[in-house]
Ligand binder design. Structure first.
Ligand SMILES: *[C@@H]1O[C@H](CO)[C@@H](O)[C@H](O)[C@H]1NC(C)=O
Ligand SMILES: *[C@@H]1O[C@H](CO)[C@@H](O)[C@H](O)[C@H]1NC(C)=O
Ligand SMILES: *[C@@H]1O[C@H](CO)[C@@H](O)[C@H](O)[C@H]1NC(C)=O
Ligand SMILES: *[C@@H]1O[C@H](CO)[C@@H](O)[C@H](O)[C@H]1NC(C)=O
Ligand SMILES: *[C@@H]1O[C@H](CO)[C@@H](O)[C@H](O)[C@H]1NC(C)=O
Length: 448
């Protein structure tokens, strides 16, 4: 009897607990709308420099800041010398956790200006921003400020949300040399704690992954999604369904133009094991495809190089094999920086661009081999109305370019690439033209 009553009481208790939890849940969900799964930034291509440009909102009060995108760079840096005004600016102190995680070895003890200001404070963590276009670097003050970004449901942009304490580096104005007009810094999407994707994942509590989709045109917008799919393009296609994955590889040594000793590379490396043209293996020295313990060799992806750059021996083998596979088609006078060019009319055209043999990057180990196929639209460059050239360039002799294969921006246009940092893998779609959509097809009309 006693025990039965006990059970009944405990049942009632758990029921009332369940009811009160339900009430609590419905109350809290009424107050806070569901957290966005993703955020986005539009991307345009600058006509003059071909740099990829975006605009973020930063500071208090918020102001728009135009930036050039550098996929592999370690952090966001921008010019603080020129009227940076913000009531929420905080320098990162020497020895603090964000300073340590940035792998800085430097501390600026005193600012020599009579008055402290953004970029010049006492006892601040100092880091070394790099401009890959002018190939210069300086010292900069690591700082934190408010950032506002537009959320997305994957179909349209939704409302803006703000986060505090997003880390960036304050650089002096001369470091802007070589950047597109009115650009104020570089948005580094690199793989590291101070990298923009990880900063956003921490600030907005979205998954540590982002996807880029670059358009080939200078008159339309591509898009970067931070966080989870879906990534829906007109007409209603979730492009994430087309993703195929390959591991992202670690490079133990920085591949940036400026770094502190011990900093690993923040570039995104993948394991290309061979290259095929029209299904035939191109004879190359595959040792160059491995990343050495001093950080040389391997294959990375870059948005700063307009065309794929190959170590000289790989470049020579690839162009030779490509020419051979098109031996029946007459070549025309080359147009620099390219060497292999054809008359457009002699190549014909397909759904995925000029009718040329596909170039296949074979990825991964023996177990799970996948291929990233580069079709005519991504391999050939129209240098004028008549002439199309093979859009690969010679990156210099053995290890001089450090990285053997640098996949450039032209080769990733109208492909969606998802950098899944948390799961250490890259998702790629190959040309979206196969699915009859492009990176210009995201619907940028905001929904409330
Ligand atoms: C391949 O490249 C490696 C690294 O540069 C070099 O040591 C080796 O001699 C090369 N092998 C051949 C067959 O050229
Ligand atoms: C590349 O590295 C892997 C793993 O360390 C090794 O098994 C392979 O033999 C290397 N390949 C070449 C061509 O050196
Ligand atoms: C390309 O072919 C067209 C048509 O045959 C011809 O009119 C044009 O002059 C050619 N251009 C070059 C650069 O060879
Ligand atoms: C390769 O496949 C075998 C058998 O399925 C498995 O035991 C092994 O762990 C796999 N290796 C890798 C690197 O995936
Ligand atoms: C873009 O999104 C808006 C808002 O949801 C919608 O009204 C419009 O029809 C969409 N445009 C196209 C072309 O689907």
């Amino acid at each position: 009897m006693n025990s039965l009553r006990l059970i009944m009481i405990s049942k009632i208790n758990s029921l009332s607990l369940f009811l009160s939890l339900l009430l609590l849940f419905s109350l809290s969900s009424a107050k806070t709308p569901p957290r966005p799964r993703a955020f986005l930034l539009p991307v345009t291509k600058d006509v003059v420099t071909k740099q990829l440009i975006t605009t973020i909102s930063q500071r208090t009060p918020l102001v728009p800041v135009k930036l050039t995108i550098d996929l592999g760079q370690r952090f966001l840096w921008l010019d603080c010398g020129n009227g940076y005004v913000s009531s929420s600016y905080k320098p990162v102190p020497c020895g603090s956790i964000p300073c340590k995680r940035s792998l800085s070895h430097d501390c600026a003890e005193t600012c020599l200006d009579p008055q402290a200001s953004p970029g010049c404070n006492h006892n601040t963590c100092s880091h070394i921003p790099y401009n890959p276009f002018s190939r210069t670097s300086t010292g900069g003050e690591l700082a934190q400020d408010v950032l506002s970004l537009q959320s997305t449901d994957g179909l349209n942009p939704r409302k803006y949300l703000s986060a505090n304490g997003v880390v960036f580096d304050c650089a002096p104005k001369p470091l802007l040399e070589g950047l597109a007009k009115s650009v104020e810094g570089i948005l580094g999407l690199g793989n590291g704690y101070v990298g923009f994707p990880t900063q956003l994942a921490n600030a907005f509590r979205v998954p540590r992954k982002f996807a880029i989709c670059l358009t080939s045109s200078t008159t339309s917008r591509g898009v970067i999604f931070f966080g989870d799919s879906p990534y829906v393009f007109l007409s209603g296609m979730d492009v994430s369904k087309r993703l195929v994955y390959t591991p992202l590889l670690k490079n133990p040594v920085s591949t940036s133009g400026s770094y502190f000793e011990g900093e690993p590379s923040t570039d995104y490396f993948i394991g290309v094991t061979s290259i095929k043209i029209n299904g035939n293996v191109v004879p190359i020295n595959t040792t160059l495809l491995n990343i050495t313990k001093d950080g040389k060799g391997g294959t990375k992806i870059s948005t700063v190089d307009p065309y794929t750059k190959l170590e000289t021996s790989i470049y020579n083998a690839l162009t030779k094999a490509f020419v051979k596979s098109l031996s029946k088609v007459p070549r025309v006078k080359p147009v620099a920086p390219f060497e292999v060019c054809y008359n457009r009319t002699s190549l014909g055209s397909t759904r995925v661009g000029p009718g040329v043999p596909p170039i296949e990057l074979v990825l991964g180990n023996k177990n799970a081999t996948t291929s990233w196929t580069i079709w005519g639209v991504n391999s050939m460059v129209a240098v004028n109305n008549d002439v199309l050239c093979l859009g690969f360039v010679d990156g210099g002799v053995e290890f001089e370019p450090t990285t053997s294969i640098v996949i450039g921006a032209h080769q990733i246009e109208d492909n969606l690439l998802q950098f899944d940092i948390a799961n250490k893998r890259l998702g790629f779609t190959s040309s979206l033209l196969f699915g009859q959509t492009t990176c210009a097809n995201f619907n940028f009309t905001s929904k409330p």
